[in-house]
Write a protein of this length. Structure first.
Length: 258
């Protein structure tokens, strides 16, 4: 039986997630900046909070931890072992390949540094909760990691099955795709996605989740082998454009200035 997932918009453009094993009613929160509607949603669903899964230490991902622990004191708090001192209330320090359980469901931890040095993602079957590493149409800034680290992390995510659902932590898709169009304007799949996202946002609908397949077709940060993106990078620095890592780094720097 698959997880039940409730997407909770928070702050201006954050998404927190409530996930539950319907067989047991055990639930977990992923990356909540504030308690918000979490307690009332748990009550409405009849779920019991047993875990908080944090992808990284930034306040807009761990801000709810202390308040939730006051309300649900037996809740376990997950995060990467290197973030032990930076994630409030952490009880379960994790590493790459670790297993996490929620009721009868088991997920796998993927260490995906780049945005931060201790960033992880949680993979439950075909559902990927990837925080700020991979966005719909984009990727996170390199605050603590390096371009090679982020390239390796995104390569791991890109290798997941195309039907893997990407539950990222922000509604950045429209601005991400506006930038992507400046890098790869000849990509017909990208043009189609830009139009579809515009319709969804005008109607007030989220653009998350996407899928790994959709990201491979339209996300310039996963398309370092695209001839058009290679040409784009050659115009920036012909001497470095033959390296996929360098192409990724050039596109990331261009997005930082966009």
């Amino acid at each position: 039986m698959a997880l039940e997932i409730i997407q909770l918009p928070q702050w201006q453009d954050n998404y927190a997630y409530l996930i539950s094993d319907p067989a047991t009613g055990e639930a977990a929160v992923i990356d909540a900046p504030e308690p918000g509607k979490i307690p009332v949603t748990l009550k409405e669903q009849g779920w019991r909070l047993t875990a908080i899964f944090n992808t990284h230490h930034h306040p807009d991902h761990v801000g709810a931890n202390r308040a939730l622990l006051r309300m649900f004191p037996d809740t376990r708090v997950m995060g990467h072992a290197s973030d032990r001192e930076r994630i409030p209330g952490m009880t379960d320090p994790l590493g790459d390949g670790a297993s996490v359980t929620l009721g009868r469901e088991t997920g796998t931890v993927m260490f995906v540094p780049g945005h931060t040095s201790g960033h992880i993602a949680y993979l439950f079957g075909k559902d990927l909760f990837c925080g700020d590493t991979l966005f719909a149409g984009g990727c996170g800034r390199l605050f603590e990691g390096t371009a090679p680290q982020m390239f390796d992390s995104l390569s791991r995510l890109r290798a997941l099955p195309d039907d893997t659902r990407v539950w990222c932590a922000h509604e950045y898709t429209q601005s991400n795709l506006r930038f992507a169009e400046t890098v790869e304007p000849g990509n017909p799949a990208l043009r189609e996605r830009i139009q579809a996202v515009a319709v969804a946002r005008k109607a007030g609908h989220p653009t998350v989740p996407s899928t790994i397949g959709e990201e491979k077709r339209t996300n310039v940060f996963l398309r370092w082998d695209s001839p058009e993106i290679t040409d784009y990078c050659r115009r920036i620095d012909p001497s470095s454009a033959d390296s996929p890592v360098n192409r990724f780094a050039m596109v990331r720097k261009a997005k930082d200035r966009f």
